[in-house]
Structures are given as C-alpha cells and as structure tokens.
Design a protein around this ligand. Structure first.
Ligand code: SAH
Length: 222
C-alpha cells in the first residue's frame, strides 16, 4: 500500500468508526456482533465510485437500476432484529449492492443472497469478492418465493417492502427461525416487522417506521 492509499484507508476506517458511534450506538443499536461487523465491512467498496466520499453518510445512496444501498442504521436494525448468530443460515432477499449480505457474513452467518436485477447481482458479486466476502452466494431470481432448494433458513431478511409476508418464506424457516422485512403501512411508508416461527406459532414484533423500495415478483407488492 502506497502512502496515499494508506491515508485513504485510515480516512475510511475513521469514517466507519464515526458511523458506528453516531449512527448506530447513539441510536440504540447494542448487539455487539452487529457493531463489530459494521466496524469491519468496507462500505466504500459497495457504493458507485463517484459516491465514495458519501459512503458513510447517514442515508441510502443510489446504486443504479433505480435501486439503493440501504442506510447503515437500517441494515443494523434489521441485523439486530434478526438476532444473527455465527453459523446461522441466512437468506438475504434483495442483494442490491451486496453490503447487507457482507454485514451478515461478517457476523458469522452462511449467507445466500437473491437479487432480481441481473446487473446488480453481478456488480454485488464483484464488490463482495473485493471486500473479502466471496463466500456469499449471490443468485439472480425472484426472492419473493424464497429459495426452497436451499431451505430451511434460520433467518430470511428482506431489503424490499411487501404488503404481506410471503407465505413461502414462513414455510422455509427452521423452528425458531426469523423473518425481518418492511411491511407497507400506507403512503409509501412501512413498518419493519419480525416474524418468529416457534413451536408451530408465529409471533410478530414491530421495529418502527422505515422506507424501502418495493419487493417485486410473485409474492411482492401488488
Ligand atoms: N441490501 C441491499 C439493499 C438493496 S435495495 C444493500 O445493502 O445494498 C433492495 C433490492 O431488492 C433491490 O436491489 C431490488 O432490485 C431487489 N428486489 C426487489 N424485489 C426483489 C425480489 N422479488 N427478489 C430479489 N430481489 C428483489
């Protein structure tokens, strides 16, 4: 690493520490695994080159094809709600940039990620490999159907909003498995909800108002 790239590296590392302190911890994210993972994943590798300066901003950013990389806080909230533990099998619906998939992998999960838009899937594969998360499996397809061939999952996490929890996702959970996804609540706003599938029952918890792009596909937004 030459002097300029070293300086760049420490600028990113400093921005990352600031993000964890100000945008995550100060807002109540407390899961150690989430905070440690987000302090490690190089978010600058998941944003378009012209937006690298904004990589650690407190907002979503455009990544092409009309889609966005989620706001860091929202990725943290989703990961914390899901209670990801090392070794969990996680289905990430809506790969987008690949950033959230990298965070779940950094938490020790085995991550399968599905993206509807082939160009985004390809871009995400490259970013994940560059960031050292080449073990994340990125597939192109309709994630609203889940991934029956690779089920069951300990957690299914969606970065796209629906008006109901896709029934196939519930069928693809382990006992104790969780789904975390935004559900439409009117006027383009959603609630981030968690479904926990335990002993044949489904418990629902609400994690507050959020704003995501719509889930497409068979069990997506109508
Ligand atoms: N987690 C991503 C956020 C991406 S935004 C990140 O960290 O960057 C949501 C993504 O969901 C978009 O890329 C969109 O194309 C994708 N998407 C929407 N409907 C989908 C579906 N049915 N199956 C798979 N991906 C879908």
């Amino acid at each position: 690493m030459g002097p300029s790239s070293e300086a760049e590296y420490s600028a990113h590392a400093a921005a990352r520490d600031r993000m964890v302190a100000l945008h995550l911890r100060a807002r109540g994210i407390h899961d150690r695994r989430v905070l440690d993972a987000m302090a490690r994943v190089p978010r600058e590798l998941f944003v378009p080159p012209r937006l690298v300066e904004d990589a650690y901003a407190d907002s979503p950013l455009p990544i092409g094809s009309g889609q966005t990389i989620s706001q860091p806080y929202v990725v943290a909230l989703t990961a914390e709600a899901a209670g990801i533990s090392p070794g969990d099998r996680v289905l990430d619906v809506g790969t987008g940039s690949g950033y959230a998939a990298a965070v779940y992998a950094a938490m020790g999960a085995e991550v399968l990620s599905v993206e509807y838009v082939p160009e985004l899937a390809e871009q995400a594969r490259r970013a994940l490999t560059a960031a050292g998360f080449g073990g994340v499996d990125v597939l192109t397809g309709d994630g609203s159907r889940g991934l029956p061939a690779r089920a069951p999952f300990d957690a299914i996490l969606s970065a796209a909003a629906g008006d109901e929890i896709p029934p196939p996702w519930v069928e693809q959970l382990t006992d104790g498995g969780r789904i975390v996804m935004p559900l439409e609540s009117g006027a383009g706003w959603q609630r981030l909800v968690r479904l926990t599938h335990l002993a044949g029952r489904d418990l629902i918890d609400d994690f507050g108002a959020v704003r995501f792009v719509p889930l497409r596909g068979e069990h997506g937004m109508r």
